[in-house]
Write a protein that binds this ligand. Structure first.
Ligand SMILES: Nc1ncnc2c1ncn2[C@@H]1O[C@H](COP(=O)(O)OP(=O)(O)OP(=O)(O)O)[C@@H](O)[C@H]1O
Ligand SMILES: [Mg+2]
Length: 475
């Protein structure tokens, strides 16, 4: 039963291609050779059998007596494993994993050595490439300053720290490594078990993103954007967490300032409109009514007075009438009554007819509105058109202006285009003391629409803006 098994084993060893498997006599000479040895080292059996195995070693290893020392160690310990450069027949080197086993017969006599060699060059190259890329990656992470990037062990203790983390949180690596990451959380969050809950969630969902206040080493707070990722090794074991933190304090402050500013502007614009309307009503219901009554009294009085005084009263009545007329104009400037009564297009047409001929401007008003803008959008649109037209009058030296309104995207698109001299000023960068453009843009934006002005010197100017019909839906 033993013999066939021995033959089988011989066949197996001779045929194996992935390993060089061969025997040395006690002095280190090659006594057997397999297919794998031929493939890896390049010698055929008849070329190598009888030679000393040190031919496989590079000169520097031979000089250091490495082949002999390996055999001595194998003889003492029974076995030796080594990795290192070896030579092929053609003189090229390969990275070898070598196991040398001392062989004894049943009587305990030393019969030689078994040697199994594996060509690890490819694996070594791959491993080295991986190590290098990991190293490069590590350096990259290490030096990034915009993000705090660090690792936690599964229990939440910090195991690595980068330059960004030091910059943002103020701790040096040696101060913080080993500490629990909850030191970054304010007391109220710790009391609410937030750090633990974040790790739990990251572990279940794989990832967690959060924004909130965190503490620096000096106790000051910063607004952080945090992403925690659960990390697993190839075998699926949980190895800890990666944590990427970004300091968003400045951005948050800027965003809030912007929101507050546009809220304030929106509020001012609204307040202005409300105040104008109130004054318009007061003037209309009180001043104008009283003056009309005065006028009627003057008439009655005049009829009863002798001829010589009548003329004086008529003159008085005339000036009262003229004052009433001026007040009516004031009222309609403050709050165009057509806007409430007849809608935007008629109010605008009225305004164009009233002012443009006096400015020597020809005009057209086009509209294809399929939906009437809301009354807020109508007031806003009317006011922006007013300012755009005033600018045409003040700055454009134009002959014609075209105003157009159309229903677009559940809102109204307005365009005021002149054929004047144009300008290099843009809506985003108006001059210091000019508020017309800013006010137009703010009005449109606080109504949740947009505004833009396009112009080239010499080519006329076009102001375009869009206002949604239902502001809240657009948010
Ligand atoms: N239609 C236009 N044609 C040519 N230039 C224009 C036109 N509209 C605006 N501008 C230029 O843009 C500048 C800024 O306009 P803006 O309305 O902000 O200020 P303003 O009209 O000078 O002053 P105000 O604050 O009284 O409106 C104007 O001074 C002018 O140079
Ligand atoms: Mg202006």
């Amino acid at each position: 039963m033993d013999e066939p098994a021995g033959d089988d084993l011989g066949l197996l060893v001779r045929g194996v291609l992935d390993y060089a498997i061969f025997m040395l006599d006690p002095t280190g000479r090659v006594v057997s050779w397999n297919a794998g040895a031929e493939r890896i080292k390049g010698y055929r059996a008849e070329e190598i059998i009888g030679q000393h195995f040190s031919v496989f070693y590079p000169p520097e290893e031979i000089a250091a007596r490495k082949p002999e020392r390996e055999l001595e160690t194998a003889l003492i310990d029974g076995r030796l494993e080594d990795e290192g450069w070896r030579l092929r027949k053609d003189g090229t080197r390969f990275w070898a994993n070598v196991v040398i086993t001392a062989l004894f017969d049943d009587a305990g006599n030393h019969r030689g050595f078994g040697k199994v060699t594996r060509d690890m060059t490819e694996r070594r190259t791959a491993e080295q490439a991986l190590r290098e890329s990991e190293e490069r990656f590590r350096l990259l992470v290490q030096d990034v300053v915009d993000y705090g990037i660090f690792m936690l062990d599964p229990g939440g203790r910090i195991v690595s720290w980068n330059a960004g983390a030091q910059r943002i949180k103020g701790y040096r690596a040696e101060e913080i490594i080993g500490q629990h990451f909850s030191v970054f959380y304010p007391p109220e969050e710790i009391a609410a078990r937030k750090p633990e809950r974040e790790l739990e969630t990251a572990l279940i969902d794989g990832r967690l993103e959060d924004e909130g206040w965190r503490l620096r080493k000096d106790g000051t707070r910063f607004w952080a954007n945090v992403v925690i990722t659960a990390l697993f090794d190839d075998a699926g074991n949980h190895r800890g967490f990666g944590k990427v933190t970004r300091d968003m304090t400045e951005r948050r402050t800027a965003e809030r300032a912007l929101v507050q500013r546009s809220r304030l502007v929106g509020h001012l614009v609204d307040a202005q409109e409300v105040e104008r309307r109130r004054i318009a009503w007061d003037v209309h219901d009180d001043s104008i009514q009283s003056m009309v009554a005065v006028g009627m009294r003057l008439q009655l009085l005049a009829d009863r007075l002798p001829e010589e005084h009548r003329e004086g009263l008529y003159t008085l009545d005339e000036s009262v009438r003229a004052a009433v007329g001026r007040l009516r104009t004031l009222v309609s400037r403050l709050r165009p009554p057509d806007l409430d009564r007849h809608g935007l297009v008629i109010a605008l047409a009225g305004h164009l007819e009233e002012v443009l001929p006096g400015w020597g401007l020809e005009y057209t008003l086009r509209h294809d509105l399929t939906a009437e803008p809301t009354s807020e959008a109508a007031v806003t649109g009317y006011r922006i058109c007013q300012e755009a037209l005033t600018n045409v009058h003040k700055h454009a030296r134009a002959a014609r202006v075209e105003v157009s309104l159309s229903t677009v995207d559940r809102g109204t698109l307005f365009r005021v285009t002149d054929d004047g001299v144009g300008t290099a000023v843009t809506g985003t960068d108006p001059g210091r003391d000019h508020f017309g453009l800013i006010e137009m843009r703010e009005r449109a934006e606080s109504a949740h629409g947009w505004w833009s002005m396009s112009s080239r010197p010499g080519e006329g100017t076009s102001v375009e803006f869009w206002l949604p019909s239902a502001p809240d839906e657009q948010r």
